[in-house]
Ligand binder design. Structure first.
Ligand SMILES: Cc1ncc(COP(=O)(O)O)c(C=O)c1O
Length: 430
C-alpha cells in the first residue's frame, strides 16, 4: 500500500535510497514511490531533509507529540543515571506499573512488559492456551496483531498468499457493509459460528483477539457496546478475550482504552505503540490467576523490557496524558475533525463513508460513492496528493481504500482544518 517498489524503481536509486536498498534488501519497506528522508519532528509535524514540514496524520506512536519535551527529558535523565534489566528492583518501574494498572479494570493487575506489541500478543497467545487448554483463535478477516511465528498466524492481513492455519478462524470486520444495521447481533453470530467451526476442526477455543478499533480491517469503531455479546459468547465457550490496544490504547479513541467503549471486561490487554511515545515498550496485562497458571510451566523474561528508562518514558507519557487532558482532547478534536470530514464528504461522493472514535478515523474511497466498489487506486492517488499538500497519511482495509487517520493527540483544530482542506483540494485534483 503506497509503498516504494524496489523492483520497479530500485535500479534507478541513488544516494541514501541506494544505500538503504543495499543494506536492507528485500526486507526494506518504505512509504511512497519517492521515499522521504526525515530529519526532525515536533508536535504533530515532521521535517524532511529538504526543509519541507509535513503534518503527520499517519503516526500513532508519538501520540503525545513528536519530541515531547517532558518525555525526552525523563528519558535522558534516566538513561544517564541507570539502564539495567528488570532482575533488579527499581522504584520508577514499580511506580510506573502501579500508575499503568490504575488506568485498567481492577482485575488486570499483573503486567509483563515486552519491547513490541508482537511480543505482547505472542505472550497473550501462550497465556490463553496455557489456561484454557484450547488452541483455537478467532480474529477478524484483515486483522494484524504482529510479526512472530505464532502471531503471524492470527494476522491474516500479513498473509500475501493462502489462508490462516486451521486453528485460526476469521470473522468479518464489524462494518455496516458486512452486517447492515445489526453489527452487534451479526458480529456475535459470526463469533459463535467460529467457535463451533474451531471445535469441529479439533481446536477448542483458546481466545478471541480483537483490536478494539479494528484498525487494519479499515478502522471500525462500531456502535458503542456492540462487542459485548461476542465477548459473552467467547467466555461461555471457555475462551479468553484479548483486547489488543496496541493501536487504540492510551487515549486515542476518546477513552483511555478502546474496549471501554464497549463496556466489556478483557482477560488480557496488550498494548504498545504509543506507550513510550516512540521509546520501544509494550506490555501484556492480565490477572494474577492467569499469569500464575502460565508461569507454572514457563517463566517470562525479556532483556530490554521493564528497564528504568522504559518506565521513565512510560511514566512521562501517562503524566502528559493526564496533565494535558489528552483523552478528552482526543474526543473533542476528533469530533471536530469528523464533522469537517463529513462536510468534505457532502461535496464529493467518492468519499463514501467517514467514521471514527476520538482521533482514530477511517475514510473510505469508493467508485461512484458505492461502498460495494472500494477504490484502492484512488486511495493511493489521494495519499500521494496529500503528500504534495504536506500531509502524511496511510491506508488500510482489505482493498487498501480506507484512509487511516490517526495524528498525534496534541492535534489542534487549526491542524485538523489544514488536513480537511488538503483532503478537499486533493480530491478535487485527482
Ligand atoms: C493492532 C496491532 N497489534 C499489534 C501490533 C504489533 O506491534 P509491533 O509492531 O510493536 O510488534 C500492531 C502493529 O502495527 C498492531 O497494529
Amino acid at each position: 500500500m503506497n509503498a516504494f517498489d524496489r523492483r520497479e524503481a530500485g535500479a534507478h536509486a541513488d544516494g541514501l535510497l541506494a544505500r538503504r536498498l543495499a543494506n536492507v534488501g528485500a526486507a526494506s519497506v518504505l512509504f511512497y514511490r519517492q521515499p522521504i528522508e526525515m530529519v526532525g519532528g515536533r508536535g504533530a509535524w515532521l521535517e524532511a531533509a529538504d526543509g519541507t514540514q509535513y503534518l503527520d496524520f499517519y503516526n500513532n506512536v508519538p501520540s503525545v507529540g513528536h519530541g515531547h519535551p517532558r518525555v525526552v527529558k525523563a528519558l535522558q535523565k534516566q538513561i544517564a543515571a541507570l539502564n539495567i534489566n528488570s532482575r533488579y528492583l527499581h522504584r520508577t518501574t514499580e511506580t510506573y506499573l502501579e500508575r499503568l494498572t490504575a488506568t485498567l479494570p481492577d482485575h488486570l493487575s499483573n503486567v509483563a512488559m515486552t519491547c513490541t506489541g508482537s511480543e505482547a500478543n505472542d505472550l497473550a497467545i501462550r497465556v490463553a492456551t496455557a489456561n484454557t487448554g484450547g488452541t483455537g483463535f478467532i480474529v477478524t478477516e484483515t486483522a494484524y496483531h504482529g510479526n512472530t511465528s505464532a502471531v503471524i498466524e492470527i494476522s491474516p492481513s500479513s498473509l500475501k498468499r493462502g489462508k490462516p492455519p486451521a486453528h485460526v478462524k476469521t470473522v468479518p470486520a464489524p462494518s455496516a457493509r458486512n452486517y447492515g444495521d445489526d453489527i452487534e447481533g451479526g458480529f456475535a453470530r459470526h463469533v459463535k459460528r467460529a467457535i463451533n467451526t474451531l471445535k469441529r476442526r479439533g481446536y477448542p477455543l483458546a481466545g478471541f483477539v480483537a483490536d478494539s478499533i479494528f484498525s487494519s480491517d479499515g478502522v471500525y469503531p462500531g456502535p458503542p457496546g456492540f462487542l459485548a455479546p461476542a465477548v459473552a459468547a467467547v467466555h461461555a465457550a471457555g475462551g479468553l478475550y484479548v483486547a489488543d490496544e496496541v493501536q487504540p490504547g492510551f487515549g486515542r479513541t476518546g477513552n483511555m482504552w478502546g474496549f471501554e467503549r464497549h463496556g466489556v471486561s478483557p482477560d488480557i490487554v496488550t498494548m504498545g505503540k504509543p506507550m513510550g511515545n516512540g521509546y520501544p515498550m509494550a506490555a501484556m496485562v492480565t490477572t494474577p490467576a492467569l499469569l500464575d497458571r502460565f508461569c507454572e510451566d514457563i517463566g517470562y523474561f525479556n532483556t530490554f523490557a521493564a528497564t528504568p528508562p522504559a518506565a521513565a518514558a512510560g511514566l512521562a507519557v501517562l503524566e502528559v496524558i493526564e496533565k494535558e487532558k489528552r483523552v478528552a482532547h482526543a474526543g473533542t478534536v476528533g469530533a471536530y475533525l469528523l464533522e469537517r470530514l463529513k462536510a468534505v464528504q457532502a461535496g464529493d461522493a467518492r468519499l463514501a463513508d467517514v467514521r471514527g472514535a476520538g482521533l482514530f478515523l477511517g475514510a473510505d474511497l469508493c467508485r461512484d460513492g458505492d461502498p460495494a466498489l472500494p477504490d484502492g487506486d484512488l486511495a493511493t492517488r489521494v495519499t500521494n496528493g496529500l503528500r504534495e499538500r504536506r500531509v502524511l497519511i496511510g491506508a488500510a482495509g482489505p482493498a487498501g481504500h480506507t484512509l487511516k487517520i490517526r495524528p498525534p493527540l496534541c492535534l489542534t483544530t487549526d491542524e485538523a482544518d489544514f488536513f480537511a482542506d488538503a483532503l478537499a483540494a486533493t480530491l478535487a485534483a485527482v
